[in-house]
Design a protein around this ligand. Sequence first.
Ligand SMILES: NC(=O)c1ccc[n+]([C@@H]2O[C@H](COP(=O)([O-])OP(=O)(O)OC[C@H]3O[C@@H](n4cnc5c(N)ncnc54)[C@H](O)[C@@H]3O)[C@@H](O)[C@H]2O)c1
Ligand SMILES: [Zn+2]
Length: 349
Amino acid sequence: MHSYRVLVVDSGLMARLGNSTRKFLRRKTCAIISDSNVAPLFADRVKKSLTLAGVRPILITIPAGEKSKTLNRAGTICDRMIVAGLDRQSFVVGLGGGMIGDISGFVAAVYHRGVPHIQIPTTLLAMVDSSIGGKTGVDTRDGKNLIGAFHPPSLVIDDVDLLKTLPRRQFIQGFAEIIKHAIIADAKMFRMLQSWKAGPAPALQRLIKRNIQIKSRIVAKDERDRTGQRALLNFGHTVGHAIERAGNYRKFLHGEAVSLGIVAACAISVKRAGLPTDQRATIIDLLARLGLPTRLPHTFPRKKILDAVKFDKKFEEGKVRFVVTPRIGTARIAQDVTLDDIREAVKQL
Ligand SMILES: NC(=O)c1ccc[n+]([C@@H]2O[C@H](COP(=O)([O-])OP(=O)(O)OC[C@H]3O[C@@H](n4cnc5c(N)ncnc54)[C@H](O)[C@@H]3O)[C@@H](O)[C@H]2O)c1
Ligand SMILES: [Zn+2]
């Protein structure tokens, strides 16, 4: 299994989309799956480019937001594809952020037992994170991503021009995953980020490419998430997920919760992995510099975070597997982190 086959990071790619697709996939019909914010911005261009290349696309637009990422919705999408006459020789294009990437990938994984998936990520988070690694899925009433399949896309097309319409808060949250990648695998990128300025497209393209490399390398060692290598990508996510859940998925965006989770993971890393305190401070500075939260509001229900951690994680004899960083650029799994360590770190947030 490959995590991805082809991947392009460039601006102005939309116009060339149809031809690139035809080069890799000799298929004539497809469903473009998008959401209600993204479709009005880009769907016409995607449709036109595919049509010019001899592909017949149908557009399926679902309401924007995580609430749409359900099994029911995936079923409705499949029904519409069947009615439109799409058969095993068709393919699926996901045009949108991580929500669309996940549900369209899931549809592609199960439609006629699997058709090719093309991703056109339109958020920074989707470009550097969710479109890489082949995980697709939907949420259930009780938790996120509990139903899914591994189904790596045949082609991912990253066009930084598409990020121009992205709301600022959404853009910034993508940096939480970028900083995470730097902390766990790339001290040089970390230093580069310390002087990062919102600037020309080529710099952003290079940054996206580097992040894709980091994530794909980690994923390639453990594609099915079994050996523990891939778990390193969860740095900052144990507490991050718990904060998202405690805020009912409304208070913080995923990247914002991960930023806070990284701060907590650094406190635990100081205690359990010997992370120097000046490096912890440097990490917190970088998160803040890029506009990410590093403190919880005073009124935030901290106890709910602990409850969510307990819900999420198996504690064996009071200990849990937790990703720590001994120094910027490296990470490992610690076996000796206790619930008290996590409680203390959350208290300090
Ligand atoms: N599969 C994986 O490995 C993986 C990894 C990380 C996250 N995820 C999933 O990704 C999702 C989060 O992704 P996301 O942050 O991209 O969320 P999202 O897809 O919900 O997009 C965020 C918001 O931005 C809007 N938007 C997207 N692109 C836009 C653009 N170019 N211009 C204007 N508005 C735009 C969307 O309509 C939405 O309102 C979650 O469902 C998460 O579970 C999956
Ligand atoms: Zn994440």
